[in-house]
Design a protein around this ligand. Structure first.
Ligand SMILES: [Zn+2]
Length: 190
């Protein structure tokens, strides 16, 4: 592959990723972090491909990404969906799990590759949960709370032996949301 071809294909990957992330209603700052595109460029892509194109459901989101880890653990249904997403991060090779339940960023991935894997995980999650409790931005925040700050980790459940998303500093009853819902026969409504 010639250098110009390679540069063209790398640029195309970034462009495709930006479009994919806009479809997921990712914030401009998040798209910038993955593609390196300027705010102006993202605005133009949004304007050219989404504004008035009939894709009225796609909203452009500005501002900061949400950041509150208790949102992932303070309700059983949300904790369950966060756990599904964390499992998909691992399946899509966006992260690696150690024996202690801590997830680290996948080695050897650049920011575009990471963005693609997170999109893949989020799309699979949307397939499993057509009425999702977690937006793309919450998924982004979940990922960073797992791999960067390690405020969240995958705790072991004494009931089923599986792992689930838990606050690393909270009192833990070692019951995963799947066992919790099975025991209480609770329907995911909260
Ligand atoms: Zn369990």
């Amino acid at each position: 592959m010639r250098i110009t071809d390679h540069r063209y294909s790398a640029e195309l990957d970034k462009f495709d990723l930006a479009v994919r992330m806009i479809q997921h209603e990712a914030r401009t700052g998040t798209i910038r972090a993955c593609t390196g595109f300027s705010e102006d460029r993202i605005r133009k892509i949004y304007g050219a491909y989404f504004k008035g194109s009939g894709a009225s459901a796609v909203r452009r989101r500005r501002g900061k990404s949400p950041k509150r880890i208790h949102q992932f653990v303070n309700s059983t249904p949300r904790q369950l969906e966060a756990t599904v997403l964390a499992g998909l991060f691992l399946l899509c090779e966006a992260g690696e799990l150690d024996d202690g339940g801590r997830i680290s960023r996948a080695r050897g991935t650049d920011r575009v590759g990471l963005g693609q894997r997170l999109c893949q995980a989020f799309e699979a999650y949307r397939g499993l949960h057509p009425d999702p409790r977690l937006s793309f931005e919450w998924a982004w925040n979940l990922y960073h709370s797992l791999v960067d700050s390690h405020e969240l980790y995958l705790a072991p459940c004494e009931g089923c032996g599986g792992r689930y998303v838990q606050d690393a500093y909270a009192l833990d009853y070692h019951r995963c949301p799947f066992c919790e819902m099975k025991d209480h026969r609770a329907l995911p409504s909260a």
